[in-house]
Design a protein around this ligand. Structure first.
Ligand code: HAM
Length: 414
């Protein structure tokens, strides 16, 4: 039997990764301009880290964690998200009282039912601002999200935003929601009945139309949060509503337990059912929950597979490519040296040297197919006279005989 990759864990081939690289290079410029620095944490962590942060009763921990016992019989898990590990790392370094602006990227693992935009191994780019209380950090992160979307050419999106209040407000809303839903429990589907027992706030995420209608009559988050929180949310929405479609969504609670305060998601209709291409919010209690000191925290994570789907093709810059064609027998030291000198002269150009099979005609055909803009042809005669033939494949195929020195100069200035 042939060995296949695991379900929901796709390979990424060079042609897929062109888009990824375009995205990543733009992102790194944005992070640089926000003075946000990269952190790398391990893929494996103790299972307890996630049950104490993301939450025992969340789907992510309950059903989707890749957990197993290591050789020491300790339960460890592949990370389903990045925030918990970042907080763990900062606590471990005893740096909770400093400010940090961090970003990370890498694979995350959730045992979900695979479908379009939903994988078991997927990738996130995340940002965490630590040590900043509610205020400017929220503005800065939303503006970072808008800059990212703009730079990679996403215009058709909505930011959904909500304020979950503090821990107490969240709890009393939750109690009120349970009291409201309890008399209607038989009208809920099996999944929502289970959520009502284990994690009632998740019922707000229901896909059932009848439950959505019922919830319209139910308690509203806004009635449980303070006036300050309400006006903070409204001001935030006001500040950005000229620049994007930003909407308060009172049913937005997000699938991880650690949030309090502002939560947000960016969604795009172009993505189908899995329409959120990034999500985040404030989680000031997490550090304490994990045994650290109090630390303000807010962040978001982009689902890379999803945002890549939205990336405009015009954003993928094709690098300049030059074909290197050898005709005749001599693939020798001298021909190799020419290629080597060209690469040293200008390494931002791709020099495609693997065209060296068959006739000149077939090599030219291959160069065209490989999107070469120019070719440099080295034949016996040229080699003898320290020359090359330079052919322009873009404009009518003109060609000129150049000395090696001239060719290197031309290549340097392409
Ligand atoms: P999350 O909403 O669970 O938040 O994930 C963030 C993004 O990851 C989602 O919006 C989605 O684009 C992508 N994503 C999630 N699950 C999958 C999947 N199975 N397949 C493909 N993409 C997926 C978090 O993970 C939080 N740690 C975000 C955060 C950072 N909050 C504060 N700081």
């Amino acid at each position: 039997m042939k060995i296949q990759s695991l379900r929901g864990m796709p390979d990424l081939f060079p042609e897929d990764l062109n888009r990824w690289h375009a995205f990543e290079s733009k992102l790194s410029k944005i992070f640089h301009s926000f003075d946000t620095h990269e952190i790398r944490t391990p893929l494996l962590e103790s299972t307890e880290l996630f049950s104490r942060s993301v939450g025992h009763s969340t789907d992510i921990v309950n059903k989707e964690l890749y957990s197993f016992l290591d050789r020491n019989q300790e339960s460890i898990s592949l990370r389903p998200e990045g925030s918990a590990s970042v907080i763990r790392a900062i606590i471990q370094r005893k740096q909770e009282q400093e400010n940090h602006k961090l970003w990370y990227r890498g694979p995350m693992f959730r045992y979900e039912r695979p479908q379009r935009g939903r994988f078991r191994q997927f990738h996130q780019v995340g940002v965490e601002y630590l040590g900043f209380e509610e205020g400017i950090a929220e503005y800065e992160l939303i503006s970072m999200v808008l800059q990212i979307n703009k730079l990679i050419g996403i215009s058709d999106f909505t930011i959904k935003i909500n304020h979950l209040g503090d821990k107490l407000a969240k709890e009393s809303f939750c109690n009120s929601l349970v009291s409201f839903l309890q008399p209607h429990v038989n009208k809920l589907d099996e999944k929502d009945q289970a959520r009502l027992k284990s994690n009632p706030l998740r019922v707000l995420d229901t896909k059932e139309k009848s439950t959505q209608a019922l919830l319209k009559e139910g308690p509203k988050f806004q009635d449980f949060i303070s006036d300050d929180s309400k006006s903070f949310l409204n001001n935030l929405v006001d500040a950005f509503s000229d620049y994007c479609d930003i909407q308060i969504d009172q049913s937005l609670v997000r699938g991880l337990d650690y949030y309090t305060g502002i939560v947000f998601e960016a969604v795009s209709q172009e993505l189908g059912a899995q329409d959120a291409f990034l999500g985040g919010g404030r989680y000031n209690n997490l550090s304490k929950q994990l045994g650290g000191k109090d630390m303000h925290a807010i962040g978001f994570a982009i689902g890379v597979e999803r945002i890549i789907e939205l990336l405009g093709i015009e954003n993928i810059k094709q690098p300049l490519k030059v074909g290197f064609i050898i005709v005749g027998e001599q693939i020798n030291k001298k021909t190799y040296k020419i290629a080597d000198d060209l690469r040293r002269a200008n390494n931002s150009i791709i020099l495609d040297t693997f065209l060296n099979e068959g006739s000149l005609k077939s090599q030219l055909r291959r160069a065209n197919k490989n999107n070469c803009s120019y070719v440099i042809i080295v034949g016996d005669e040229e080699l003898k006279n320290d020359q090359v033939m330079w052919k322009n494949l873009l404009e009518g195929g003109e060609q000129e005989l150049l000395t090696l020195k001239e060719a290197i100069e031309k290549y340097t200035n392409l």
